[in-house]
Ligand binder design. Sequence first.
Ligand SMILES: [Zn+2]
Length: 286
Amino acid sequence: MKIFISADIEGITGIVHRDQIFPGEPNYAQGCRLMTEDINAAIEGALEVEPSAEFLVCDGHGTMRNILLETLNPAAQLVTGSAGRNNRLLCQSEGVDESHDMVFLNGYHSKAGTPNGLLCHTLLSLHVCNFRINGEIVGEAAINAAVCGSYGVPVALITGNSELESEAEATLPPGFTFCSTKTSIGFSAAICKTPIKSHADIRAAAKLAVTNFKQGKLSTLAYDGPVTMEVESYKREFADNACVVPGVEKTGERSFSATHNSAAECFMLIWRAMTYGMEETPWMLR
Ligand SMILES: [Zn+2]
């Protein structure tokens, strides 16, 4: 059995503030440790059901170099290194392919604009106001479920902030197990379980998720026909810059989209466009 794990940080046990999640910030080392521990808990739960399972963990936050390789469970290998415009275009799902039986989304958070959403955003917090798939506003959980779904890989487990549960239920097909790591009470505050308690809950949820896979209870996010992904930004310049990527079209003053038969291919176009979107005009030409 092969399990793909896409990991973010904002929905990890104990994470409530940006000073825990970016290099150079005072509590970043704690954030890296907590992220690695939550992933290990999910791996341990899965191994209880399937002792020979293999895991590919994709570090999917910021610099994408947060997870501590030296303390990661040895049943896993790690996809690490930044998601630039010419490498790892699948971003938070880099490494997934048809050989995987299921995906775990660990440490996930709610989409940009979610009321009471703890550290909520969609991919690029400073730039993305709304992300739509075939017209529906979605967050990172559904985006990565769609990318993995194009390889036939269903979501088995989601761990993250409490308010993500309703978003996931509304935008993903049923069958996945949700495990809340903390109860959000605002953008940068939550009622947190201790790691000991949270890890026990994640282990139990992973165990249930793999059991559900074995019983054929998971469903893959698949689309009939072409997939259109559209980004609505806060800034016109972001959309203008993004549209230099062939296949990406402007759909409004601050929005652009791409369409493809495969959600993964569509996402690669959109992610590439987003990396161009962030490009600043050199100061002397502004
Ligand atoms: Zn994220």
